[in-house]
Design a protein around this ligand. Sequence first.
Ligand SMILES: [Zn+2]
Length: 265
Amino acid sequence: MVCWFLNYNRRGLARIPFDGLTWNSDKSHYDNRSPFNSRDSHHVCINEELSMSKDIEDYSERALRERISMHGKSIYDRGLTAGSSGNISVRLPDGFLVTPTNSCMGRLDPDRISKIDALGNLISGDQPSKEAFLHHSVYKVRSDANSIVHLHSTHSVAVSVIADIDPNDVLPAITAYYVMRVGRLPLVPYYAPGDRALAAAVEAMAKDAHSMLLANHGPVVAAANLDAAVYATEELEETAKLYLLLRNLPIKILTQEQCNDLKTK
Ligand SMILES: [Zn+2]
């Protein structure tokens, strides 16, 4: 099955196939001749689609660049990321925008945000984040994902290193909004920065979950639009904080019936 980019203007959706491309970390571009090219293997788009309107229908590329910068500053100002860590992306008709390498989320310049085409070539802006392959891995298998946020946020990272968490679903259903915005949160095993195996692990996990936690690293959250991706990431961080606060207390989590009911909200 082929995944698609969707056109982002108001002239209607234009579907552009996007498959068989692989991020080449050595060359910082996609390489469709790579041995990792999985044109004949794992390009299965999940059927359970994220709802909500898509940025690509509502905003121009210029507006998306400004919105990435606005959200980046908000995230940075509230201490959800530090230094030059974390990255944000938004899907375009033929590629995606992603925050540049070594950029501070609090001081993003919309004009310098990296624009990557479907072949992995840098079209404009600075060199992309070295973690852009995480975004590519998710976009490749989730046609419903139009924006991705990856942070090294403190409480989420803290939870990711706890020894006895459930790798299939790291956090309990503490609140309704966590269940609705994040849902199941699988743990991706630890890989060193730059390890190509991380891209494959994220791609495999993304087929069944739009949110995931990288062990000893941080969350990767995809959503139908930028606002939703940011809000879900924030909900995840707050729930991780609650979980740590409650670690040694008897707690009542939402029942399976209550969680099922939220799926209809
Ligand atoms: Zn990271």
